[in-house]
Design a protein around this ligand. Structure first.
Ligand SMILES: Nc1nc2c(c(=O)[nH]1)N(C=O)[C@@H](CNc1ccc(C(=O)N[C@@H](CCC(=O)O)C(=O)O)cc1)CN2
Ligand SMILES: Nc1nc2c(ncn2[C@@H]2O[C@H](COP(=O)(O)OP(=O)(O)OP(=O)(O)O)[C@@H](O)[C@H]2O)c(=O)[nH]1
Ligand SMILES: [Mg+2]
Length: 468
C-alpha cells in the first residue's frame, strides 16, 4: 500500500525513495518527505545540527544502529510548505554505487515513522497539499515519460498551467452563472431581480462553444503524448521491411527477396523532429493458403486500420499488374493524406517516376526512394515528420492530452447545452437547470481535482450579499 498523508489530525507517515534510476551512477538521490524528515536527518548525520533549509551541505552519513559510515553525501533540507511536496522534505545526494544506496535505504527503513514511498507518492502529496492541481501532477508524469522534445514541450505547457488555468476559468464562469440560477430558486421574491436566471443563457452558450472548440482538436494532444502510430503496408516484396530499417537506421526487420517474409507486426520507436512516431512493419497483403501468413495479413490490416498514418509501400514494377496505384491504395485501406512510397528508385529513371506519380489519386503524395542507396529517403522522412507534426498540433501540442480530460469536457459541454435548453423553456424548470450546471461544474472540477460545493455557496453569497 502506498503511504498516504492521513486525514486531519493524525501525523502522516514520512516517505522515502530513491529518486534516480536503479543501477550505478555518479550520484544517486534519495528523497524524504514528511514530519519525521528532520529526525531522520539528525539520526543519519550522527546528531549534527540540521542544515539550513535549501542550502546544500556535505555530511558524513552513518547507520544510527551501529555508527557504521554509509557515505559522505550532499544533504539538502526543505522546510514545509516551501518544498515540492509541501511537507518537510530532504534529499540525500549519495555516491551512486548500489551498495551505498542500499545501505542508506536500509538505515532509513529502520527509523521510526519512515516508510518506503509508493509510485507517485511525492507528487500525490504535492496535490493533497495544494501545491499542484491534478493536471500539473499528470504533467509531471508525462514529463518524466517524454521521449521527444515535442512530448516534453506539451508536458511543460501543462505543468505551467495551460490546461489547469483554462479549466479553472471556465469553471469560475460556470459557477457565476449557476449562482444566478440558484439565487432565483432560493430567493424568488427577495433581492434577486426577476428573470436573472434566464439572463445568463448567453454566457452559458458562449462557454459551451469554447468547450466545443477546445474539443475539436482531432485528438492531437493525445496523439502527441502517446506517439503517432504509422503502419507500413503494401504487397509482399514491395520493400516495407527495407523502408522500416532505413528509417530506423537499424537492421530491425528481416529482409529477403522472398515474398511473404514478414509475418509478425514489428514496432520501432522513431523521433522525427521531436515528434514520437511508432513505425510498424507488417506482413505483405496477399491471399495465401498458409494459415500463418494469413494471420499475419489479418494483423496487418487490423493494425493499419487503427493507425494514425498508413504508409503505402509500392514496388513500381508491380503497379500495372495490380490495376494501378488507385487499386493498390484501396487494397491497403489508405485514407486521404496517407503517404505513398515508391521503392526501387535506384532502378527507375526520373521520367518513369514523374509518369507514375501523375497516376496518383488526389489526396495522396508519393515519394520515390531507394531503400538500398538511400536516395529520396531524407525527403520522405521529412514528409512523414510533417504529417506527424500536423496530427499532433505542432511543437507545443494541444491543451487536451488525455482521454480523461476529453470525457470530462464533453460531459461539461453536454451539461451546459442541457442547461441552455432548460432555460429556453417557456416556464424554465430552474431546479433541473441548476442540476445540469452542477453536473457540468463537477465535470470540470474533476479535471483539476477541485470539486467543491462550497465554491457555489461562496459565489452566491459574494455576488448577492444575501447574508440574512
Ligand atoms: N534535486 C531535485 N531536482 C529536481 C526536483 C527535486 O525535487 N529535486 N524537482 C521535483 O521533482 C523538479 C523541480 N521542481 C521543484 C518544484 C518546487 C520545489 C520547491 O522547493 N518549491 C518551493 C520553493 C520554491 C522556491 O522558492 O525556490 C515552493 O514552491 O514553495 C522544488 C523543486 C526537477 N528537479
Ligand atoms: N534495388 C532495390 N531493392 C529493394 C529496394 N527495396 C527493397 N528491395 C529489395 O526487395 C526485396 C524485398 O524487400 P523487403 O523489404 O523484404 O520487402 P517487404 O515488403 O518487407 O516484403 P514482405 O515482408 O514479404 O511483405 C529485398 O530483396 C530487398 O533488398 C530498393 O529500394 N531498391
Ligand atoms: Mg517485410
Amino acid at each position: 500500500m502506498p503511504a498516504m498523508p492521513s486525514s486531519a489530525g493524525a501525523r502522516p507517515a514520512t516517505i522515502f525513495a530513491r529518486a534516480t534510476p536503479p543501477g550505478r551512477g555518479a550520484v544517486a538521490i534519495i528523497r524524504l518527505s514528511g514530519p519525521a524528515t528532520d529526525a531522520a536527518l539528525t539520526a543519519l548525520t550522527g546528531g549534527r545540527d540540521l542544515p539550513v533549509a535549501r542550502m546544500a551541505v556535505v555530511r558524513r552519513l552513518v547507520d544510527p544502529a551501529d555508527g557504521r559510515m554509509l557515505d559522505q553525501a550532499l544533504v539538502l533540507r526543505f522546510e514545509g510548505p516551501a518544498s515540492y511536496s509541501g511537507e518537510d522534505a530532504a534529499e540525500l545526494h549519495l555516491h551512486g554505487g548500489p551498495a551505498v544506496v542500499a545501505g542508506v535505504l536500509d538505515a532509513l527503513g529502520r527509523l521510526p515513522g519512515l516508510v518506503p514511498a509508493g509510485p507517485g507518492d511525492f507528487t500525490r502529496r504535492a496535490v493533497l497539499n495544494g501545491r499542484l492541481d491534478l493536471t500539473a501532477a499528470e504533467a509531471v508524469a508525462d514529463l518524466v515519460a517524454a521521449d521527444t522534445a515535442a512530448q516534453a514541450g506539451q508536458a511543460l505547457a501543462q505543468l505551467g498551467g495551460r490546461l489547469g488555468r483554462m479549466v479553472e476559468d471556465w469553471r469560475a464562469r460556470l459557477i457565476r452563472a449557476a449562482a444566478m440560477v440558484e439565487a432565483e430558486i432560493d430567493f424568488p421574491d427577495e433581492d434577486v431581480p426577476d428573470g436573472i436566471a434566464r439572463s445568463v443563457a448567453p454566457a452559458i452558450l458562449k462557454l459551451a462553444a469554447e468547450l466545443r472548440l477546445a474539443l475539436a482538436d482531432d485528438r492531437s494532444g493525445e496523439r502527441l503524448r502517446d506517439g503517432v502510430v504509422a503502419a507500413v503496408i503494401g504487397r509482399p516484396n514491395a520493400g516495407k521491411s527495407s523502408l522500416v530499417n532505413a528509417l530506423a537506421g537499424r537492421d530491425i526487420a528481416i529482409v529477403t527477396d522472398r515474398p511473404g517474409t514478414t509475418r509478425d507486426l514489428i514496432e520501432v520507436a522513431l523521433d522525427l523532429d521531436g515528434v514520437a512516431v511508432t513505425l510498424i512493419d507488417t506482413a505483405g497483403l496477399r491471399d495465401s493458403d498458409d494459415p500463418i501468413e494469413l494471420e499475419g495479413v489479418r494483423r496487418a490490416r487490423a493494425r493499419a486500420g487503427t493507425a494514425d498514418i498508413r504508409i503505402v509501400v509500392v514496388d513500381p514494377a508491380g503497379i500495372a499488374a495490380a490495376g494501378g496505384l488507385g487499386a493498390l491504395l484501396a487494397e491497403a485501406g489508405a485514407r486521404p493524406g496517407d503517404p505513398v512510397v515508391l521503392t526501387r528508385r535506384d532502378q527507375l529513371g526520373d521520367q518513369a517516376v514523374t509518369a507514375l506519380t501523375a497516376t496518383l489519386p488526389p489526396g495522396h503524395q508519393a515519394s520515390a526512394v531507394s531503400c538500398v542507396s538511400g536516395l529520396g529517403m531524407e525527403d520522405f522522412a521529412r514528409r512523414l515528420s510533417g504529417i506527424a507534426a500536423d496530427l499532433t498540433g505542432g511543437r507545443e501540442g494541444a491543451m487536451i492530452t488525455r482521454a480523461r480530460h476529453r470525457a470530462a469536457l464533453e460531459a461539461a459541454a453536454d451539461g451546459l447545452m442541457a442547461a441552455v435548453a432548460g432555460l429556453d423553456h417557456p416556464v424554465p424548470m430552474l431546479e433541473l437547470v441548476a442540476e445540469d450546471l452542477r453536473m457540468a461544474g463537477d465535470a470540470l472540477g474533476r479535471i483539476t481535482g477541485r470539486i467543491d460545493v462550497e465554491d457555489l455557496l461562496d459565489a452566491i453569497f459574494r455576488e448577492f450579499c444575501i447574508g440574512k
